[in-house]
Write a protein that binds this ligand. Structure first.
Ligand code: PEP
Ligand code: MG
Length: 326
């Protein structure tokens, strides 16, 4: 199989009935970069910038951040890269930075964009490093754990200020700057129209979204496997996000662990995703799956399974059978 996946590297990611699918990889450190070429990914859909912060002994200086981002963009060699602003807090703690108060529920606490809006110097420094590293190239920046669309406006104001600052000093700026948000907090689901207008793209963080939608701690092994993401409520919700993206002409992707397992990836295509981002090692297996996939037929099956009267179906079993048939 490894041999098969390697051979598929240069083959297009197109379903059996001819629908192109964008397969992106997740990364976070310079050591991940060779996998971009090895996996045949179309780009980096999620670059977890907080990893550089987590392996450091103190906050990485702006120069160190810029160096890493430049290295990433050089390695990508024109393929798209989405940099997520630091997602620290929650399960991602920095030994050298603690919140002043003990947090009983860190997953619901001072993390990600909440933290960077409260400590704008952190975000400003990171944005400056990204803008400089991407001078003369395209830059995509994504905000984690957004709860209210207004948080995007606040972050955009900080970004715009940095852009003005650098242009005053005649730095070479990115040729384009696209700003996106992760859909991880359920409150965003009731702001989808406004969200799609406020950003250039969205990416579903299905690990956190599933955790919050089902009120199930993603790291708690007693309950982590209790609910299957391939269930009616979660798949309906994902389909709704895709439809909101289509209505708002806003590109939608998904970058949680779901994207990396062939049956789950199949379910994602079945509810309308045409772009997904996963661990590099999953690109081969997922590509092998989709090249055999009659997507139209799957979409019809999915619509039936998600219809009102069908809530009792075992979706995973149905999809596994569908995969076996094809
Ligand atoms: C997610 O929540 O699905 C995600 C991609 O972000 P992380 O796993 O880094 O929280
Ligand atoms: Mg997340």
């Amino acid at each position: 199989r490894q041999q098969l996946y390697r051979e598929l590297r240069h083959e297009p990611a197109v379903t059996k009935d001819g629908v192109p699918i964008e397969l992106l990889m997740n990364a976070g450190l310079a050591v991940d970069l060779p996998q971009l070429a090895q996996s045949g990914a179309a780009g980096i859909g999620l670059f977890r910038t907080e990893l550089q912060f987590m392996v450091a002994l103190t906050f990485p200086r702006v120069e160190a951040q810029e160096r890493l981002y430049r290295e990433v963009l050089d390695a990508a060699d024109g393929k798209p890269v989405t940099f997520r602003t630091i997602d620290i807090g929650g399960d991602k703690v920095l030994p050298y930075f603690k919140s002043a108060q003990h947090e009983e529920n860190p997953a619901l606490g001072w993390r990600a964009i909440r933290l960077t809006l409260d400590r704008p110097a952190l975000l400003r420094t990171q944005i400056r490093a990204l803008l400089k590293a991407a001078g003369g190239r395209e830059l995509k920046v994504m905000l984690p754990m957004v709860t209210l669309v207004d948080e995007i406006r606040q972050a955009r104001a900080i970004i715009d200020r940095e852009v003005r600052h650098l242009s005053r000093f005649a730095y070479l700026l990115p040729t384009s700057l696209k700003l996106g948000a992760m859909i991880e907090v359920p409150a965003l689901l009731w702001q989808l129209d406004e969200l799609m207008q406020a950003v250039d793209f969205v990416s579903v963080g299905s690990n956190d979204l599933f955790q919050f939608v089902t009120a199930t701690d993603r790291g708690n092994t007693i309950v982590a496997d209790r609910f299957d993401p391939l269930c009616v409520p979660f798949l309906r919700l994902l389909r709704q996000i895709v439809q909101a993206g289509q209505a708002g002409h806003t590109p939608v992707t998904l970058c949680g662990e779901l994207a990396g397992r062939p049956i789950s990836a199949m379910a994602l295509l079945g509810v309308g995703f045409r772009s997904i981002s996963m661990a590099a090692a999953s690109i081969g297996p997922v590509k092998a799956m989709l090249r055999e996939l009659p997507l139209q037929e799957l979409t019809e099956l999915m619509d039936r399974l998600l219809a009102n009267h069908a809530a009792k179906h075992d979706i995973r079993a149905e999809l596994t059978q569908f995969a076996a048939r094809h």
